[in-house]
Write a new protein. Structure first.
Length: 178
């Protein structure tokens, strides 16, 4: 029987995941449009102008009731971008509620330090101006403690990890705490 080293198995598994990623991305379908919107759009197909207007009035009223009852929510692209930026660093299930465009995906965030505290083992816990809190997870030594007002760049890395750089210095691995 063929014996494979753990390194070979790990490399093959990583290659399989990478090869499958484009296939999974192609199968991703957008979130379905709310029924209320489909009913409103169907009013366009009504031939008689009086009936079409009555259809629009009825469906807009139903849409308004659903909106007030918070059964449906409206948002614009800019709000989606802000929401994605605010959630950067959290691993959340993809419900399709923030759109599915990879072009809008947040790959990095620039912000400033509000405060930094010791997280033990020479690592730091850093609170940002945007309200997020990041904790260093590797054992790299940051020669200077992050100070209030310094610029921070946090980038997505492989396998759901993140790198943080203080004012262009070498990056450290971090995870979002809050």
């Amino acid at each position: 029987m063929l014996q494979l080293s753990s390194r070979t198995v790990a490399a093959l598994a990583a290659f399989a995941c990478i090869a499958a990623a484009p296939v999974a991305a192609k199968d991703k379908t957008p979130a379905p449009r709310p029924v209320q919107i489909d009913k409103l759009y169907s009013c366009r197909d009504v031939a008689d102008p009086t009936e079409r207007l009555a259809c629009y009035d009825r469906e807009v009223a139903a849409l308004s009731v659903a909106d007030q009852a918070r059964e449906i929510t409206f948002t614009d692209k800019e709000t989606v971008k802000k929401t994605r930026r605010g959630l950067f660093g959290f691993t959340l299930p993809d419900f399709g509620i923030f759109g599915g465009d990879d072009e809008d995906k947040v790959e990095s965030v620039e912000t400033t330090v509000v405060s930094a505290s010791d997280a033990g083992g020479g690592r730091y816990r850093i609170e940002m101006a945007d309200g997020s809190v990041w904790v260093q997870t590797d054992n790299k030594i940051m020669p200077l403690r992050p100070r209030s007002g310094q610029k921070i760049l946090i980038k997505s890395a492989a396998l759901g990890t993140y790198f943080l750089s203080v004012e262009g210095r070498p990056s450290v691995r971090v995870r979002r705490e809050r």
